[in-house]
Design a protein around this ligand. Structure first.
Ligand code: HEM
Length: 412
């Protein structure tokens, strides 16, 4: 989706279309979310297949819903595509489990991805990231969106126990699995054919990785998952593979797009990049404000597990609820001048990494990798400019770029 600086032009209520992925391809939805926050912060919507869902756009409501795991369940799916249909992995993967069961996977996984472990492994993450961006440091023309596909695995591939030879296939096929209609990812003759092919590739890779970690366990996430016992029993292979997919999806659907959108924003708002060139230590702020600015997951979905009131709205048990993270992150009641990219925004309580029990487990690793990208470029005084318009991902869930050709030159 295009991200513009400055107040968006509000879209009339009857012209708002939030479901159609094409709407995210053509322009920005920030005008629509602006109207909704001001005139209909809670609205009944319908999926194209007729299932009703509540759409919430204010920061206060979105935060309340996501934090309240006792009233709002993740088990039937967490994206609009699942509304009314459910998710076959429901209740079996870290993302699609509710507390207290969720902790049986969350706690062991945290041992391999938490801040302290990332700090110990930071040099490896930085080295993998430097290797990935070496072509940019050398200058010339590069497709940044394609290159940044490698960033999530540079951040977390090693911590997860995924050998490097799988990184490329995992990165490509996880995104294809959630954007099978996008021309960049449509590898089959139809959407179903693409999904069949990419799932086959992914699950074959995960299966080999699990077998490898079984033979040769290490201090990594997959080995940790192999040691998990639920009611005294290890997970079956299907549950293990689905969890590998959950982690791969969490990483690959987000990290590359924060990076590519940041590149585009910095090229179009050169003063921000000038400030980072002046003080490369600001790269950390850049990434945090970048996660707010980009909000790579536009929305999160939940299903009410009991009758509950949000603000003035009575949500009934069984109702589907969509929380627009990207709108919450522009809520002027929380973020002064929300349409300004502010390197010094403080506080910055954005929901880009989620909030509550499902808060992004990969946030520490992705922060190190993303910060390294921009800090390295700033230290070498590299400047960059787009050579063509970016191409956006066909998705109502991921705010992604598929193409972003840019030139890189060493600055003064
Ligand atoms: C800039 C990078 C990233 C962003 C913006 C991001 C965003 C998010 C968000 C919004 C959630 C909450 C989902 C929910 O509440 O349903 C989440 C959860 C999650 N993320 Fe990330 N993510 C990023 C990087 C990563 C990486 C690198 C990994 C891989 C290690 C990862 C793995 C996960 C997993 C497994 C969950 C589910 C956690 C749970 O349910 O307890 N993410 N992420």
């Amino acid at each position: 989706m295009r991200i513009d600086a400055g107040e968006p032009t509000p879209v009339p209520l009857d012209a708002i279309e939030l479901f159609d992925p094409g709407a995210y391809l053509r322009g920005s939805q920030h005008g629509a979310w602006h109207t909704l926050r001001h005139h209909a912060p809670v609205r009944k919507e319908h999926t194209p297949w007729g299932t009703p869902y509540w759409s919430f756009t204010s920061y206060a409501d979105c935060t309340k819903i996501i934090k309240d795991t006792a009233s709002f369940s993740s088990e039937d799916g967490v994206i609009l595509a699942s509304v009314g249909k459910g998710d076959s992995a429901g209740g079996r993967t870290i993302t699609l489990m509710d507390p207290p069961d969720h902790a049986t996977l969350r706690q062991p996984a945290m041992r391999h991805l938490r801040q302290a472990v990332v700090r110990q492994n930071a040099e490896h993450i930085r080295a993998s990231t430097r290797e990935l961006i070496a072509p940019l440091l050398a200058g010339g023309e590069h497709d940044v969106a394609r290159l940044m596909r490698g960033l999530p695995m540079a951040a977390a591939g090693r911590l997860m126990g995924f050998p490097q030879r799988y990184w490329e296939t995992v990165a490509f096929n996880t995104t294809a699995s959630v954007a099978p209609e996008d021309p960049e990812y449509a590898v089959g003759r139809s959407v179903e054919d693409t999904l069949r092919r990419v799932h086959h590739k992914l699950f074959a890779a995960f299966s080999e990785i699990v077998q490898e970690r079984r033979r040769d366990p290490g201090d990594d996430l997959v080995s940790g998952l192999l040691a998990v016992r639920i009611d005294g029993r290890p997970m079956d292979d299907q549950q293990l593979l689905m969890n590998c997919y959950s982690f791969a999806l969490g990483a690959n659907s987000t990290t590359p797009h924060v990076a590519s959108h940041l590149f585009h924003t910095l090229a179009t708002q050169p003063k921000v990049w000038d400030a980072v060139l002046e003080d490369p230590e600001l790269a950390g702020n850049l990434v945090d404000e970048g996660a707010r600015w980009v909000s790579p997951t536009h929305h999160l979905v939940r299903r009410a597990s009991r009758d509950v009131t949000v603000g003035d709205t009575e949500v009934a048990a069984g109702d589907w609820v969509c929380v627009w993270v990207a709108s919450a992150n522009r809520d002027e009641r929380v973020f002064p001048h929300p349409y300004t990219f502010d390197l010094h925004r403080e506080p910055n309580p954005h929901l880009g990494f989620g909030v509550g029990p499902h808060f992004c487990i990969g946030a520490p690793a992705s922060r190190v990798a993303l910060t390294t990208v921009f800090e390295e470029l700033a230290r070498r005084r590299i400047r960059f400019a787009p050579t063509a318009e970016p191409t956006h991902l066909y998705s109502n869930w991921i705010n992604g770029l598929t193409r972003l050709p840019m030139t890189f030159t060493a600055g003064r």
